[in-house]
Ligand binder design. Structure first.
Ligand SMILES: N[C@@H](CCC(=O)N[C@@H](CS)C(=O)NCC(=O)O)C(=O)O
Length: 204
């Protein structure tokens, strides 16, 4: 399998963490790309977004949640995406929440970069979405042992906030979330997928 990624993308990291958790990382060749400038990406994904997964038979999957669902099924099913009931609803709900907060964080980062020349009136809305999501997650029981897409999504969100804003601490007032991150930050799937700045001129 070929996974098109950017090392700065929380959604690409989500898929990479999922692959590690499922023991599938060794089957995946990473293709680093810049989704904003690489015309080859649009040839495999009309949205030209990362992550995009190309299966060995040429089938293409995009949307990190769909890719993670496929990886889970490939690993036997029911692990990161529980098969049924409340556990399944919880995993999908928290994956959705953390995807939304990561989207807001990405937009906030871009808005802040442009702010000197072009202030963005949406900035407070992105900040509120991130803060309210963290507050909501503070009340959610999270496992530091058994990961579902809920825990993968939370780890991705916290990792992305630390990567983009190392000087802004989300921990004060959120002891449960802080304890979760302290416990999982050294997990192999988290360590081995750490964000980094893009390689110059990424090419497959
Ligand atoms: N909902 C998508 C979001 C993917 C996404 O927004 N990826 C960003 C990088 S973090 C991207 O490729 N942006 C390029 C663009 O929007 O054109 C997913 O979960 O895969």
């Amino acid at each position: 399998m070929q996974l098109w990624i950017a090392f700065t993308s929380p959604f690409a990291r989500k898929v990479r963490i999922a692959a590690h958790e499922l023991g599938l990382a060794g089957e995946i060749a990473l293709v680093e790309t810049d989704p904003w400038t690489d015309p080859r990406l649009r040839a495999v994904n009309p949205l030209a977004k990362v992550p995009t997964l190309v299966l060995d038979d040429g089938e293409i999957l995009y949307e990190s949640s769909a890719i993670c669902d496929h990886l889970d099924e490939r690993a036997g099913g029911g692990r990161l995406v529980p098969r049924a009931g409340r556990e399944r609803r919880r995993a999908l709900r928290l994956q959705g929440l953390t995807d939304g907060a990561a989207t807001a964080a990405g937009r906030l980062f871009a808005a802040e970069r442009r702010a000197a020349t072009q202030p963005d009136p949406m900035t407070p809305r992105f900040e509120q979405a991130i803060a309210a999501s963290l507050d909501a997650l503070e009340t959610e029981p999270l496992s530091t042992e058994v990961f579902t897409m809920a825990e993968v999504g939370v780890a991705c969100l916290l990792g992305y906030l630390g990567f983009r804003w190392p000087e802004r601490d989300w921990r004060p007032g959120r002891p449960a979330l802080s304890a979760f991150w302290a416990a999982v930050a050294s997990r192999p799937s988290i360590v081995e997928t750490a964000h980094r700045l893009p390689t110059a001129a990424p090419r497959p």
